[in-house]
Ligand binder design. Structure first.
Ligand SMILES: [Fe+2]
Ligand SMILES: [Fe+2]
Length: 169
């Protein structure tokens, strides 16, 4: 990573987020298919549409700086998605699987919250106020997506996922 200026670190963060969003968009359809509950499927599908918009908006922020996204790969997201695909490919109780899928998706959201939060702070510090506002809007979407998943899990899915064995142990 080029550490010559805060600007170069900011650009690196945008490229990382661009790669993360691209990987998320590729992985999301399998997550939607793997979920059983319509509520979970809908939450994943709605956020997939938001993620497509995030990708375009991060691209626009890079373009405004005359930077090409290039082929920077977000290796952290690659790992998080790999763990998620282990859940996608596993069989078992449908509710338990939905809970595990939500947990996998929330790891994605939390990574994005960190990434966009940092990028927003960098943009604000650098005086790129429009970029900072745009990144704040994306960050809000990530918080909302995470909160919606919390509500679904805590609204009953977590309890439904408790099997007898787990209760008695
Ligand atoms: Fe996103
Ligand atoms: Fe997200």
């Amino acid at each position: 990573m080029d550490l010559t200026s805060l600007h170069t670190v900011y650009v690196h963060h945008l490229k990382d987020l661009y790669s993360a969003e691209k990987q998320i968009i590729e992985a999301a359809p399998a997550m939607i298919d793997a979920a059983s509950s319509q509520e979970v499927k809908d939450a994943f599908a709605d956020h997939l549409e938001e993620s497509k918009s995030h990708l375009e908006r991060v691209h626009a922020l890079l373009q405004a700086l005359e930077v090409n996204p290039g082929n920077t790969k977000c290796e952290a997201m690659e790992g998080i998605i790999k763990e998620g695909s282990n859940v996608v490919n596993s069989t078992g109780d449908a509710d338990v699987k939905d809970v595990a899928l939500i947990a996998a998706a929330q790891r994605v959201e939390h990574y994005e919250i960190t990434g966009y939060g940092t990028a927003r702070a960098f943009a604000a510090t650098l005086g790129y106020s429009e970029a900072a506002s745009e990144l704040q809007l994306i960050l809000n979407d990530e918080y909302d997506a995470d909160g919606r998943l919390d509500k679904i899990a805590e609204g009953g899915l977590l309890k439904m996922g408790l099997n007898q064995e787990a209760v008695s142990s």
